[in-house]
Design a protein around this ligand. Structure first.
Ligand code: ATP
Length: 548
């Protein structure tokens, strides 16, 4: 599919998400708030199903007595629900306070702000005039955007565009400036009319800051909204060990909100400022950690496939060694080919990182840095730790091997909103179905995996008379305790099917004349469109089995 089709596909998904109540812009009646999104009636059910599937598959339904395929041994799983605001020292020791930033750049002319690493550009010349044209567009839109900007800058008509001389292809502005090939003074900002309006890049910490207490004001009251859920798990490691009788290897899971003051939120919910994460910190013996890393990477990859994401649109990408964080021994990203990306581009759904003993040691000893290949406590000019740790012993005594060690950590860190967006994009299909007269009618259908579908079944009396609604209501009441279902008697049955197809409901149950005679209903399958007769008395068990 070409970029334009993919973009229009994305536009259709965004518009369906709004029209059918999956996702709304936050505070929309006041003009919306950039980077914040609300989930509507169908969206909240979809996202909850994503989170519930994750929790059930990873935690609640985990069989701790079995050795699962690919796992080096059986293991235990447990959970936590930690606060969003934590002791500020947590973020100092974790490194977020000093290091969790992006470089931003402002435009004095347009008053717009950009992420420095998102800007690209190339030299353009016309009749002795030369400018470095920049764009904040990505993928296939970037080059045409620079052409349009150069045309405007040189004051050319469309047919004169070929007169522009280009000095090569698009390059990162950051790289070009660092290499001295162009300066910010030469650069024409993405929304500027004249060059030289871009400011020097500045560091921008992505943590949202707040103040604690009524007398807020001095620096001691400063606190942060968590940018990840993981740290709550590390600082509770000892509490969980001491209270739940778990032993290494084991994992602690958490689902919750995280906040990042992203400079340029974009691509619908993909890059939001408030979002939810589903994270596991898995603690294991250092010697076994490489095997556990591979286990979690493969396990998490399979989870997305099992829930129906198209295999060809998913990619597992191992980070190259120069891409790894200073503490990481190995990281892989699970990525999805979102329709808003250029063909061949993928966006991260989840990162699986081998973090070694970095996190537990940081919270014991203080903020760590890598020096000559070793992790050591970072010291200030006075020789004292730059950010002091808790001093608490977070090591583990292994009863089996009779050794004491600081466990290594494998972290599968997934975004609930990005996952939900991927399921939403992947589910979107347009096809044709025969209408009541057998003529082909185009339909939009959301082919969610039944476990994720917001509504599992719709119960539709063919007409609002002849005792059909009564049978339908009884069936609705029998099903409702077991799964989300809807009763709908309004409009032609074809329109009711169409409404359910757009909501992604896998099964429609129609009560018709034959139901009254032989106590069977029509079960219509959303994807195959096969209609079969099922005894009313068997519907609940049948659908429960399909969902199991
Ligand atoms: P990116 O490089 O896209 O900013 P990241 O590598 O910083 O992501 P992590 O810190 O590894 O992301 O966070 C783990 C997961 O949390 C990501 O895989 C993603 O699913 C989710 N996530 C991170 N930032 C955002 C965001 N701004 N909006 C929505 N989800 C996010």
């Amino acid at each position: 599919m070409d970029k334009q089709n993919d973009q229009s596909r994305m536009d259709k998904i965004v518009s369906l998400a709004k029209r059918r109540g999956f996702i709304f812009q936050s505070s929309e009646i006041y003009g919306g708030l950039n980077g914040f999104w609300d989930y509507g009636p169908l969206g909240v059910a979809l996202k909850r199903n994503v989170k519930d599937a994750w929790w059930r598959d990873m935690v609640a339904g985990h069989d701790e007595l079995a050795t699962l395929a690919g796992a080096p041994s059986p293991y235990e799983m447990t959970g936590l629900d930690c606060t969003i605001i934590m002791h500020p020292q947590v973020w100092k020791c974790s490194g977020h306070f000093d290091l969790f930033h992006d470089w931003m750049i402002d435009c004095r002319e347009s008053k717009r702000r950009y992420r420095y690493d998102h800007l690209h550009g190339r030299w353009a010349a016309h009749r002795g005039k030369k400018v470095f044209v920049t764009t904040d567009q990505s993928g296939d839109e970037a080059v045409p955007d620079t052409v349009a900007k150069a045309q405007k800058f040189f004051g050319l008509r469309a047919k004169q565009v070929d007169e522009i001389e280009w000095g090569g292809g698009l390059e990162s502005l950051q790289a070009v400036v660092a290499a001295g090939v162009a300066s910010l003074a030469d650069a024409l900002g993405p929304d500027a009319a004249a060059p030289g309006s871009l400011t020097e890049p500045r560091e921008f910490n992505l943590m949202f800051e707040t103040r604690i207490g009524a007398l807020a004001g001095d620096d001691d009251d400063r606190a942060f909204l968590r940018p990840e859920t993981a740290q709550g798990i590390f600082v509770n490691f000892k509490n969980v060990l001491d209270t739940s009788r778990v032993s290494v290897p084991f994992g602690i899971a958490q689902v919750g909100k995280s906040f990042r003051n992203e400079i340029t939120p974009r691509n619908f919910t993909f890059r939001s400022r408030e979002f939810e994460q589903m994270e596991i910190e898995f603690f294991c013996k250092p010697a076994d950690s490489a095997e556990w890393y591979r286990y979690w990477r493969d396990r998490r990859w399979k989870w997305y496939l099992d829930l129906g994401l198209t295999a060809g649109k998913l990619q597992l990408r191992e980070h190259a060694s120069d891409e790894l964080s200073h503490y990481s021994v190995g990281t892989a990203d699970i990525e999805y080919a979102f329709p808003f990306l250029a063909p061949g581009e993928f966006g991260e759904l989840e990162g699986i990182a081998h973090r070694g003993d970095f996190d537990l040691r940081s919270h014991m000893e203080g903020k760590l840095v890598r020096k000559n290949g070793e992790l050591v406590v970072e010291t200030g000019p006075d020789g004292k730790p730059r950010h002091r740790g808790s001093g608490k012993d977070l090591s583990y005594f292994d009863d089996v091997s009779r050794e004491r060690y600081v466990p290594h950590v494998i972290e599968p860190s997934a975004g609930a909103d990005r996952g939900t967006l991927a399921f939403l994009c992947d589910a979107y299909h347009e096809d044709e179905v025969p209408d009541a007269d057998g003529k082909p009618r185009s339909r939009t259908v959301m082919k969610f995996h039944p476990r994720l579908a917001p509504v599992k079944a719709a119960i539709l009396p063919l007409v609002k008379k002849d005792g059909m609604p009564e049978v339908a209501i009884d069936l609705y009441r029998a099903l409702k305790p077991h799964m989300a279902c809807q009763y709908d008697e309004k409009g032609a049955v074809g329109r009711r099917y169409a409404r359910q197809d757009e909501a992604g409901t896998p099964w429609c149950l129609t009560i018709d004349g034959q139901t009254l005679a032989d106590k069977t209903v029509t079960l219509r399958d959303r994807d195959s469109l096969v209609q079969s007769r099922v005894p009313v008395a068997e519907v609940v068990d049948l659908l429960r089995d399909k969902l199991a």
